[in-house]
Design a protein around this ligand. Structure first.
Ligand SMILES: *[C@@H]1O[C@H](CO)[C@@H](O)[C@H](O)[C@H]1NC(C)=O
Ligand SMILES: *[C@@H]1O[C@H](CO)[C@@H](O)[C@H](O)[C@H]1NC(C)=O
Length: 425
């Protein structure tokens, strides 16, 4: 139940939310810098934990609905409260997170426990006062958006107007207003009968932060599509199709399933996209001009010899995500054996790192790892045959402005940052 299923920083990076298989959301807050304890500066501590979703049963379809949180998205902060959207397979919820450090005392008609007083004992009127108390974080459900999706919701994305958001399942994208829970507008709707052999269903979408009307989504066939909502209310005719190149990095002979894009990550500067397919590659796409991925990087080339076993243990269904760093120069994505990879687009260098207790000790340094496929083996190399496929890093997040990364490795959350490391379990 405590397997982490999503990680998301808020827009300034001070808060980090994780969702898990048991329907819980845990929010971490970065400690403000303290002069007395320079080593604990900027670490993330638990701020609030709450149950977002419960298991449910759909009686009409005789289906159990898991409580697992598929995605969390923060809304930009507009007043003292924080808000976030969380979703499981079917239901999206809007939560409000508020802090309270004062409580009112001295009511006229009720006592300290909130019970009504006997009116005959009330002889004079007093003005209630606010008394300080220990900080309390309160989380309250604000809206519940249900019944918008027949298939499993795989992504949500808040629009830049901060009033609307989109949600996507395998065949449909809905547009919601944050204040309206009983209606949503389908901007894309593929009928199952039109989807031949499951070749088209979309897997994820991400909207354009600066241009509310633009959004991009990926399909299980591997292509990305760019849509403009100004062009038509129903966006089933994409304005631009970016097809998968015929044979990026020698895909020939690989099953189609492997080219499904599991996630699209927008660069902050909005000109490039990053995407990760289900198994082998991370791609960088130029949104303007180029029709093909500008770059394709192999995430774990060493697995080519292992494709059969990956098939057998269902690894080909793993959905790895990718994330850009704050200055859009490095893209990060997860791999097996608790490894994760970083590709630096400027220096064209890449590195394999490992999330482990060892590497997350305070002041520890992340050491590059190397996987070897037969041949000469250097000290510290790990052989491809000893990789653990049950340990996989599917979800990662990068602080929007600093070199801080959050890595979800099964039920452990690792936060690596420039001087201090911490791990949270
Ligand atoms: C992110 O969280 C921090 C810490 O509470 C807050 O100060 C900041 O305004 C939040 N950022 C946004 C853009 O909501
Ligand atoms: C992004 O990564 C590069 C290379 O490691 C680093 O120099 C830069 O500071 C990073 N940017 C941010 C905002 O973390």
């Amino acid at each position: 139940a405590d397997i982490i299923s999503t990680v998301e920083f808020n827009h300034t990076g001070e808060l980090l939310a994780t969702g898990d298989k048991g329907g819980r959301v845990v929010i971490f807050q970065r400690e403000p810098e303290s002069k007395n304890a320079p080593h604990s500066q900027g670490e993330y501590d638990v701020y609030s934990t709450f149950q977002s979703h419960e298991p449910e049963f759909d009686y009409l379809k005789s289906l159990e609905i898991e409580e697992k949180i598929n995605k969390i998205k923060w809304l930009p902060q507009q007043n003292a409260a924080h808000s976030l959207l969380s979703t499981n397979d079917k239901t999206i919820k809007l939560w409000k997170i508020t802090e309270r450090d004062k409580r009112p005392e001295g009511y006229n008609l009720k006592d300290e426990e909130g019970k009504l007083k006997d009116l005959s004992t009330v002889t004079s009127l007093q003005v209630p006062v606010l008394k300080p108390m220990d900080l309390m974080v309160e989380v309250s459900p604000r809206r519940i958006f249900a019944n918008g999706h027949t298939y499993h919701i795989n992504s949500i994305s808040v629009n830049s107007d901060c009033e609307t958001y989109m949600s996507a399942d395998d065949l449909r994208i809905n547009l919601w207003h944050l204040a309206v829970t009983d209606r949503s507008f389908s901007i894309l709707d593929w009928r199952p009968e039109n989807v031949k052999d499951g070749t088209q269903g979309m897997v994820s979408r991400e909207r354009h932060w600066h241009h509310c009307n633009l959004f991009v989504y990926s399909s299980s066939k591997g292509s990305l599509r760019l849509c403009d909502m100004r062009a038509a209310a129903l966006c089933d005719k994409h304005s631009k199709l970016v097809p998968l190149p015929d044979d990026p990095a020698g895909r020939t002979g690989l099953p189609e399933r492997l080219s499904a894009q599991s996630q699209v990550a927008h660069k902050h500067s909005a000109r490039h996209l990053g995407s990760r397919d289900c198994l082998m590659t991370v791609m960088v796409w130029a949104q303007r001009g180029g029709d093909l991925p500008a770059e394709t990087d192999e995430v774990h080339d060493y697995l080519r010899s292992k494709l059969c076993s990956l098939y057998e243990n269902d690894c080909i269904f793993d959905k790895f995500e990718c994330a850009w760093n704050g200055s859009d120069s490095v893209i990060m994505t997860g791999a097996y054996n608790n490894f994760f990879r970083m590709f630096d687009r400027n220096t064209k260098r890449d590195v394999t790192l490992e999330a482990s207790r060892e590497s997350s000790k305070p002041r520890a340094v992340l050491k590059p790892r190397r996987v070897c496929v037969g041949g000469k083996r250097r000290r510290d190399d790990i052989s491809v045959d000893s990789l653990d496929f049950t340990k996989k890093i599917l979800h990662t997040a990068w602080h929007p402005a600093e070199n801080i990364i959050a890595i979800a490795a099964t039920n452990n959350l690792y936060i690596f940052q420039d001087k201090v490391n911490s791990d949270v379990h």
